[in-house]
Structure formats: structure tokens, C-alpha cells
Design a protein around this ligand. Structure first.
Ligand SMILES: Cc1ncc(COP(=O)(O)O)c(C=O)c1O
Length: 393
């Protein structure tokens, strides 16, 4: 019902890893309601509309904490997206004396801040991944040095769909007394995450992918083992709290939330998280993995098509990268869009090392990422379209 209202069926949108679409009707309504009825400045003025805006922030921190199993909702800090959250964690924590371990699967929103930090003296080591894109947790211990502070890991690869062995990495990291930063841009909302159980210390999420919210909102969860005296904010300024002081507040979340927030975005993410919780992450995962299974099976039977990533569905999220022999990904994606109304993402998906690992550099891949509103019938149409294109290759 929700889907039919929004989605005419003429397009097959399978680019949910870039940004999910369509959005649930409830997300659009919550954002419109906020703009119409409560668009005041939260935490500033104290009148009823300002209190209502603050309530939205408060409720969203609660809902997100519940979804990710975070004990203290004040540890959820809003940022503009996962990129800002990752920059806050990395630049706020790492000094020129520190060593950081990361993986060959990282998105540039981890890799670029790390390379910037490296230019100022920090040391970086890369944990290798298998050819299907799974970080080799057993090699992690060997990379640890005396000055290692942090392990940064992409939870779900936006190139191969491979899921990192989080609990294994969490245990090794915790046993060594290090901090673990998880990039959950591709997993929050479609794969179960337990911040406490998986021994995560920092977790970056974005609102516009599987949390089904709008673009321009995300956040960083800051765990109890992170000393916030040592985590510098990316920006400082007005917070609505401690207005008598010229110095930045030293408490959560205000220390990291300067300036009027994107409250309309938060209203959207709140409705998105409520939608996800009502459906349940498990049933969303089941649906997306069923569609992913259909795609992989269909592509594997198609001559001239190479499928990347782990063989087992259990080791994947709903992302399938392929190449057709003899055809550049951009051409395949263009044909899919223009001739069949199938919307995919071609090329390098902001993660050059991941492409090198799977042997798809520099051309990249064609990426299909089905979401909660896609159907099995659409997957069949996609396979037929890819078959037709591959026959021309
Ligand atoms: C694994 C991963 N990390 C980080 C990001 C950055 O997310 P955002 O653009 O919302 O900041 C993305 C976006 O595609 C991603 O796939």
C-alpha cells in the first residue's frame, strides 16, 4: 500500500545503497508536519514550539538507542551524515602520535580523513580482505603496535555487500585495550546491530539509506569507553546550553552539536526508525536477502556476467556488484536506465581499495542494491534485462 502510493512501478529503483527510495509515507508526513507545526529552534527559546522541537531530538535519540542497543541515548550525537560522523571520530581522536588499523574495504569517508591524518604524522595499517571482500580478522592481532589507538571497520561493504566479522574484530580490539569505530552506513536499519554486545566504541550511521530517512542527517554513537575530554569536536559554537560561558560545553551531546540542528531531518529519521522497528530489522533483512539471492542466482546463470562478493548470503547485505564481459559498467548502467527503467550505480563506489581487492579496478562494477520496497518480480525483470544486454556484449 505504502509502496504503491509512492511508486508507480514504471521505474525499478535498485540504488538503495547510494540513497534509499521511495521513502515511507510516514517519513514524508513527519517532515511536513514538523515544518508546518513545530519548526522552532530546539533547546533555545523555551516556548511550546521549541519544546516540541527538542522533544523530537530526544525521542529520536531514544529510538536510535533502542534500535542499536546503546545504553545511554545522550551518547547519540547528530551529524549531517556518516561522513561527518566519521570525520568527527577520526579527527577528534587521532593525533600525529597514533597508529590506526583499518581495512581494505573502507569507503573514502574513512580513507580520506585517514590519509589526511597520515600526512600530519599518524600511522595507518590496512587489514587485508579475502578476494570476496571479507576482512581477515585473524590477521588483526599481528598489526597491533604499541601506539595503536583505534580499529576502524566498514560493517557492510558498499562494493561487495560483504559483512565484516564484527564480533570477532570487536573481541580482539577490546582484549587489546583499543577502541573500535564501526562505519554502519550500509547496515544500520537492515542488519541487526548490538552496540554493547559487539563491543563497539564508536558507530557512525547515516539517515538516508536503510534508516529510510532524508539526506543530510546522520550521527555518531560515542561509547562509554571513549574519554570525551580527548575527543575534540569538529566545530564549536552555540548549543543553547551554558550560554553564560564563552567555552564549549564539555558534556554529551552538546559538546559535538553546535549550531541549530537539522531538526526536520531528525523528524524524518525518527519516522524512518519507527518504520524499521515496526517491520523489524530481521524481517527487512529476510526480504532484502531473498531478493539478493534471486539476483545472484539469475546473474550466475547468465553467460558473460561476473558476480562479485561472498558466495554465502549469510555473509552479505543486499548489495550485488557485477560486470558484463567486454562492456564498461557505465554503459551497462546507462542501458539499464534508458531501455528498461532500472536504476543502478556504475563505476567505483568511493572505495578504490575494495575494487582493487576484488579485481574490479579501475573500471568498477554495476551495483544493484534492492531495498525494503522492491519485489521479487522486479528482480526477475532485472535478470532478463541483464541477459539481453549480456547477449550483445
Ligand atoms: C560504507 C559507507 N560509508 C560511508 C558512507 C557515507 O555516507 P554519507 O554519504 O551519508 O555520509 C557511505 C555512502 O555511500 C558508505 O557506503
Amino acid at each position: 500500500m505504502e509502496r504503491d502510493e509512492l511508486y508507480s512501478g514504471k521505474l525499478i529503483y535498485v540504488d538503495n545503497a547510494a540513497s534509499s527510495w521511495p521513502k515511507p509515507r510516514s517519513v514524508i508526513k513527519a517532515m511536513c508536519d514538523f515544518m508546518e507545526k513545530a519548526c522552532a529552534n530546539p533547546g533555545r527559546s523555551g516556548h511550546r514550539m521549541s519544546i516540541e522541537a527538542s522533544r523530537i531530538l530526544y525521542n529520536t535519540r531514544n529510538e536510535l538507542s533502542d534500535l542499536l542497543n546503546v545504553r545511554d541515548p545522550l551518547r547519540v550525537v547528530f551529524c549531517s551524515n556518516a561522513t561527518e560522523a566519521l570525520n568527527l571520530a577520526l579527527k577528534g581522536l587521532i593525533t600525529e602520535k597514533d597508529h590506526v588499523i583499518t581495512t581494505a574495504l573502507e569507503h573514502n569517508s574513512v580513507m580520506r580523513p585517514l590519509r589526511e591524518l597520515e600526512n600530519s604524522g599518524a600511522q595507518i595499517s590496512i587489514l587485508k580482505c579475502s578476494q570476496d571482500g571479507i576482512p581477515q580478522a585473524q590477521d588483526l592481532e599481528n598489526l597491533i603496535r604499541k601506539n595503536t589507538k583505534l580499529v576502524v571497520i566498514n560493517h557492510g561493504s558498499n562494493v561487495t555487500g560483504a559483512i565484516a566479522p564484527l564480533s570477532e574484530i570487536g573481541k580482539i580490539t577490546r582484549d587489546a585495550g583499543l577502541l573500535l569505530l564501526v562505519d554502519a552506513a550500509q547496515t544500520a536499519g537492515c542488519f541487526p546491530i548490538d552496540f554493547e554486545r559487539d563491543q563497539i566504541d564508536l558507530l557512525a550511521f547515516t539517515g538516508h539509506k536503510s534508516l529510510l530517512g532524508p539526506q543530510g542527517i546522520g550521527g555518531l554513537v560515542i561509547g562509554e569507553r571513549v574519554d570525551i575530554e580527548r575527543l575534540k569536536p569538529l566545530k564549536t559554537g552555540g548549543t543553547g546550553s551554558r550560554s553564560e560561558y564563552e567555552h564549549q560545553p564539555d558534556f554529551l551531546p552538546d559538546k559535538y552539536e553546535s549550531g541549530t540542528p537539522n531538526t526536520v531531518g531528525v523528524a524524518g529519521i525518527l519516522a524512518g526508525v519507527q518504520f524499521v522497528k515496526k517491520r523489524s530489522v530481521e524481517s527487512i533483512r529476510e526480504h532484502e536477502m531473498k531478493l539478493t539471492g534471486v539476483l545472484i542466482e539469475g546473474f550466475e546463470k547468465t553467460g558473460g556476467v561476473r558476480v562479485y562478493g561472498p558466495k554465502s548470503l549469510e555473509k552479505r547485505i543486499g548489495i550485488v556488484s557485477i560486470n558484463i564481459d567486454g562492456m564498461p559498467p557505465s554503459e551497462v548502467s546507462f542501458c539499464l536506465d534508458r531501455e528498461f527503467g532500472i536504476l543502478t550505480r556504475p563505476g567505483l563506489h568511493c572505495a578504490p581499495l575494495a575494487h582493487k581487492t576484488i579485481g574490479a579496478f579501475p573500471q568498477g562494477t554495476v551495483r544493484f542494491s534492492p531495498g525494503v520496497f522492491n519485489t521479487e518480480e522486479e528482480m526477475t525483470t532485472i535478470i532478463e534485462a541483464v541477459c539481453q544486454i549480456a547477449r550483445r556484449g
